[in-house]
Design a protein around this ligand. Sequence first.
Ligand code: GUN
Ligand code: FE
Length: 423
Amino acid sequence: MNTFLIKGDLCFSEDPYHIRLCPDSYLLCRDGLCKGIFPQIPEQYKDLPLKDYSGKMIIPGMSDLHVHAPQFSYRGLGMDMELLDWLNTYTFPEESKYTDLDYADLAYQQFVDALRRSTTTRASVFATVHNPATELLMEKMEASGLISCVGKVNMDRNCPDYIREKSAAASVAATEEWICHVKDRFRNTKPILTPRFIPTCTDELIKGLRTLVEKYHVPVQSHLSENFGEIAWVKELCPGAKNYGDAYDRFGLFGGDHPCIMAHCVHSDAEEQALMKKNGVFIAHSPLSNTNIASGVAPISAYIKGGLEVGLASDVAGGDSENLLHSIVGAIRASKLRWRLLDQEVKPLSVDEAFYIATLGGGRFFGQVGSFLEGYEFDAVVLDDSTIVHPQELSLRARLERSLYLADDRHIMAKFVKGNQLF
Ligand code: GUN
Ligand code: FE
């Protein structure tokens, strides 16, 4: 069932600096894996089923390395605030509603439906502190056909009573119970430890979560060096930490022996960057969020050049849209302003680099994902760009570039995750 040929105009990253174009070509998908690209159907494959998307573009599915499912309900609100005020005014009151499973059912279904329709095929998702609603979200993610990690959030300080877990021990115990419920329950939806960020997590909580990494081999996701006020606060809260990253690392929650995603990394200094590189920490670049709530602009081309792991993220609802095409454009625009106004040493992102972080860069978190190179899992989106009108002839490269800027869900005519067709 997962073995077929698919025909169309193939566009995919080979590395951060090169998008390979294979117009009017056939890709062999065998058991969900990419197994070669051919200009004509090879004799030995002529009896395989053919999915013919001639004239359409086929691109790898995208990985959203950081998105808050419960925040989808208020995307576009409070975008005149900075992080800490925005959390107190919008985020914490909204996230507290997920004690109500009827509300969670409605809100999470809207989120999952939107993600399913988008270019995203993989995601690393924050839920809330609530176990039952988080399990409900995982059921919905599994039913969507997408592949994801989902995290029950931990926070035991510096947030309102109505959403704060009662103690570090209670938070760790609830997390262990949740992991045991879900770890073997789904094929495509896995648990990820999710301490919200250092300001809302005591040292005791971070240490307790480390025991769960050791016991269950689960990955970790959190926020890092997003906003100046937040960073100053972490310095006060953790006088013994060398930097914000070290506040996680000193208790073993910053990659190295486990997969780890840190969102933002806008203001990481050289030492923090070196630690991320050493530990293989994935940076979830969230340009829409970083511009909306005025956090700043991360030096992404320098991170890529330096060999750090970088993926793209919507960070809904700091980011106003789950559509990663918008984040690609946002990443390029923000990098240009950074270069123009702040630092000519760090080059603006090229289209090739922005496309790379959305596909192969973030896909690496999930394995061999995000490209059509041999052996990669076949995650793909078929784009019909014929309604984006133009009077002149356009190369495939030009069609791809303008689709990144101009396409939306209406142009997606098919989607595949590990060879399974979702629609
Ligand atoms: N830092 C801690 N929590 C959050 C959140 O929900 N969104 C963003 N953008 N940053 C955070
Ligand atoms: Fe976030």
